[in-house]
Write a protein that binds this ligand. Structure first.
Ligand SMILES: Cc1cc2nc3c(=O)[nH]c(=O)nc-3n(C[C@H](O)[C@H](O)[C@H](O)COP(=O)(O)OP(=O)(O)OC[C@H]3O[C@@H](n4cnc5c(N)ncnc54)[C@H](O)[C@@H]3O)c2cc1C
Length: 155
């Protein structure tokens, strides 16, 4: 593949969170060449610090409650204590499993996951160009990723 083909995409998506990767997978399914610009980890807030870890912690709390209240259900159980390192290991395991799955999906969809998107290096030049009726589309195309070119900016 030529250097140009390697760095030219139909769609470049900023952010590999639930919004970004869902969009990337769909675009790839539609036959577009997709780059996903993610400065942290694929999966974003939901997978790494939001929905998934909180639900794993909640589940552990429910298990503790169930053990404590076994008698209510006719189950003889005793609750001793919560081992937070064990709870965190469970939570981290859930995240790691889903993260691995997501990375596999990105690979299967041939989606290139790239690093951080930064505003253009020359802010003065950018603002001059903005003042001369630069379109939003052109501005995005320039600022997303130095090494990435977009054939047909869509998002
Ligand atoms: C504690 C908590 C619990 C939650 N629980 C739920 C729940 O139960 N159910 C629910 O529906 N929602 C929940 N949410 C909300 C959910 O996490 C968000 O709605 C969802 O993550 C938004 O997805 P997103 O793709 O828009 O953004 P994000 O997931 O935040 O993804 C944005 C991504 O963009 C990347 N990024 C940002 N700037 C750049 C840059 N310049 N260059 C490269 N990459 C960049 C970030 O690293 C990040 O990965 C919860 C949120 C939190 C904080």
């Amino acid at each position: 593949m030529s250097a140009d083909a390697e760095t030219t995409f139909d769609v470049v998506i900023l952010g590999g969170g639930s919004g970004g990767y869902a969009c990337a997978f769909r675009a790839a399914e539609l036959g577009l060449r997709v780059a996903l610009v993610e400065k942290g980890k694929l999966g974003g807030t939901c997978l790494h610090v939001g929905c998934i870890p909180t639900k794993a912690l909640l589940h552990a709390a429910e298990v503790a409650d169930t053990a404590r209240e076994g008698e209510r259900f006719g189950v003889k159980s005793t609750f001793e204590s919560v081992d937070m390192s064990g709870v965190n290991a469970y939570k981290d395991g859930v995240i790691a499993r889903l993260y691995k799955g997501l990375q596999g999906l990105a690979k299967a969809h041939q989606i290139e996951v790239q690093g951080k998107a930064e505003a253009g290096a020359n802010e003065d030049q950018k603002s001059d160009e903005r003042n001369s009726n630069d379109t939003h589309e052109q501005d995005l195309r320039r600022s997303w990723c130095d090494a990435t070119r977009v054939r047909r900016p869509i998002l």
